[in-house]
Ligand binder design. Sequence first.
Ligand SMILES: [Zn+2]
Length: 136
Amino acid sequence: MTGRAWREPPDGCPMKKLNVILPAVLAAAAIGLMGWLHFHPTAAPEENRVVITVDGKEVKSVPLSRPQTVTVRQGDGIENVIEITHEGARMLSSTCDNQLCVHRGQVTVDNWELRPNQQFIICLPNRVTVELVVKE
Ligand SMILES: [Zn+2]
């Protein structure tokens, strides 16, 4: 404690306005950052979609309205097969040793919030990620 009383700035002082605006800006920035972290690296889309990356680079982006099976081949026999349905996506098969990605099952619009990796299915050995990007 300094013992000094806070002196209210006189009316019209720019500092008074700043005291109101600054916390609002900080709050907006914090919310923006949370949103960015949540949806990084992919911004919220117009519709629910599945984004597949290899080595962190997007190789395919498929809306759930267009169900299909995507095969990602990286050479040396490395292959991941991703099934995309109206509900979500699953790793149908993978050439990785541990098969963790296959055993993860399906990530859907309804279940992603309850999953350990949330909207991601990750195949670490093959450096493949499948992300369900849910629209806001
Ligand atoms: Zn895998």
